[in-house]
Design a binder for this molecule. Structure first.
Ligand SMILES: Nc1ncnc2c1ncn2[C@@H]1O[C@H](COP(=O)(O)OP(=O)(O)OP(=O)(O)O)[C@@H](O)[C@H]1O
Length: 305
């Protein structure tokens, strides 16, 4: 049952609300391609960081980071506030230049923002004077632009809200529109900067499940920044911890999908990663030793970045 965890949460507050039942039906659709008719799922980009560093004036944020993200992988970045998570995402998005090293996508040096990499932020950033459909269709060209936008809205369960103004949607619905706006371009890389940070707990879990399903169907590579370790364990193939300007932990999450927070292995991993994130940086191991080797876990394998 996909929504065991959601059911559990809902049951604690009473009967399952109608929107949860609707979402359950949506999520339990077979895992088949639901993109625009005639289109194909994308192939995820390979993302490589070679000695990547960033300073703002005298402030060093990231230092000599090496990392390879394989096509279709879902990588989640966690770490204390201000450690450089969003900075890393912006560098991979080509929104800012690195001050040291470089990013390559499929082996090609990144040179500014690319159309096949799409971003989603905590704030949906919809244009309030355009309808939901026109927001999703923004930047699309061709006679079938609106049809493709409609298909993307259907993918996120909002086909019936196409003509609405963004202001009339809930926060969760606005984030669904933002997700549709990203996916309509068939991105090969999806960059998610704390997109669920402002949502309530139940909506957040719904959105995690939606993102996971659509990431799988679309076949893109995904890089997500979050403060929420539970969200990281729910979604990630790998969880990276940024600490002291470097990747201090690179933990492979081998739990089968879809995942449930009710599983003992989930809870154990969450507790272990959270414990590592909260450890005082001064007492943390150096990047070369702070791998899961210090935290043996039969369910997971891990490697230093
Ligand atoms: N444009 C900028 N100019 C100067 N300093 C910046 C700039 N952007 C970020 N910083 C600094 O870089 C550091 C890392 O910021 P970043 O936003 O990447 O952290 P974060 O881990 O995403 O934080 P949070 O979890 O609080 O969102 C912070 O000290 C921040 O003040």
């Amino acid at each position: 049952m996909i929504l065991t965890e959601l059911d559990g949460a809902a049951l604690r507050v009473g009967a399952l609300p109608e929107h949860v039942l609707r979402l359950r039906a949506e999520l339990e659709q077979p895992d088949v391609w639901t993109g625009p008719p005639g289109s194909q799922p994308a192939t995820g980009l390979t993302v490589e960081l070679h000695g990547l560093g960033k300073t703002y004036g005298a402030r060093r944020v990231l230092d000599a980071i090496d990392l390879t993200i394989t096509p279709g992988e879902f990588v989640v970045i966690v770490g204390r506030s201000g450690c450089g998570k969003s900075t890393l995402l912006r560098l991979v998005a080509g929104l800012e230049p690195a001050t040291q090293g470089r990013v390559t996508l499929d082996g090609l040096p990144l040179d500014g923002h690319r159309d096949d990499a799409r971003l989603m932020f905590q704030d949906a950033r919809l244009l309030p004077w355009k309808s939901v459909l026109d927001n999703v269709a923004l930047g699309l060209t061709g006679h079938d632009a609106r049809e493709r936008a409609r298909a993307a809205l259907a993918e996120v369960g909002l086909a019936d809200r196409a003509g609405e103004w963004p202001a009339r949607l809930s926060g969760g619905q606005r984030q669904r529109v933002a997700l549709a706006r990203a996916l309509v371009h068939a991105p090969r890389l999806l960059l998610l900067d704390e997109p669920l940070g402002a949502l309530d707990a139940l909506t957040r879990i719904e959105m995690q499940q939606l993102i996971e399903r659509l990431w799988r169907q679309h076949g893109c590579t995904a890089l997500l920044v979050t403060h929420d370790v539970s969200e990281a364990i729910a979604l990630a193939d790998r969880v990276l911890l940024i600490e002291d300007h470097r990747i201090a932990l690179d933990e492979r999450i081998a739990l089968p999908r879809p995942r449930s927070r009710g599983q003992a292995a989930f809870a154990a991993l969450e507790a272990r990663v959270l414990d590592r994130v909260l450890r005082e940086p001064a007492r943390a191991a150096t990047p070369s030793t702070a791998t899961a080797r210090s935290y043996p876990n039969p369910a997971c394998s891990s490697a230093s970045a």
